[in-house]
Design a protein around this ligand. Structure first.
Ligand code: ADP
Length: 152
């Protein structure tokens, strides 16, 4: 079976931190699905189709990176698509505590799954989508925090 990983998240919007994790994971997996999770009760800041479009643009020259949209549990998405690896980035000890519980519960719900963590490179540790949204809301320039080609 192919080594396929899913990188789940909101990507609202994609940041250079997300891009860095995905690019560093390309050599590790035969295929990476960047899966935008949608929640019927919680609309995002940017429309999900726009978020998908940005991801597609950023990874247009990376044939092993695919973009998808899903709702429901990540483990159900993995089961349905026969995916064995969940990829996540770790920025801080708070991320670790949060990810540890999700990772352990996911494994309990679906034992074949393994969560693979990559440590964030230091320059992106402080970066997250919510900061980028705040910069945009207040009229600042977000370009140095998002991948090249992502225009608002
Ligand atoms: P979620 O909605 O699950 O918080 P995000 O879109 O914020 O999803 O993040 C998806 C994944 O990207 C998570 O594993 C998160 O840790 C990782 N990530 C987010 N920002 C960064 C960053 N600056 N550097 C490295 N990884 C990051």
């Amino acid at each position: 079976m192919k080594r396929v990983a899913v990188f789940p998240g909101s990507f609202d919007p994609i940041t250079r931190g997300h891009e860095s994790i995905i690019r560093r994971a390309i050599p590790l997996f035969e295929k990476i699905i960047v899966a935008i999770g949608v929640n019927a009760e919680k609309a995002g800041f940017f429309p999900v189709e726009k978020r998908k479009e940005w991801l597609e643009k950023v990874f247009k020259n990376d044939p092993t990176v695919h973009i998808d949209i899903y709702s429901g549990l990540t483990v159900d998405y993995c089961r349905k698509n026969e995916i064995k690896y969940i990829l996540r980035g770790l920025r801080t000890s708070a991320d670790f505590e949060f990810e540890r519980s999700i990772g352990q519960i996911n494994k309990q719900m679906h034992p074949p799954i393994e969560t693979v963590f990559l440590l964030t490179t230091p320059e992106y540790t402080a970066l997250n989508s919510s900061i980028v949204r705040d910069i945009i809301r207040h009229g600042g320039d977000p370009h140095s925090f998002v991948p090249e080609g992502v225009e608002f």
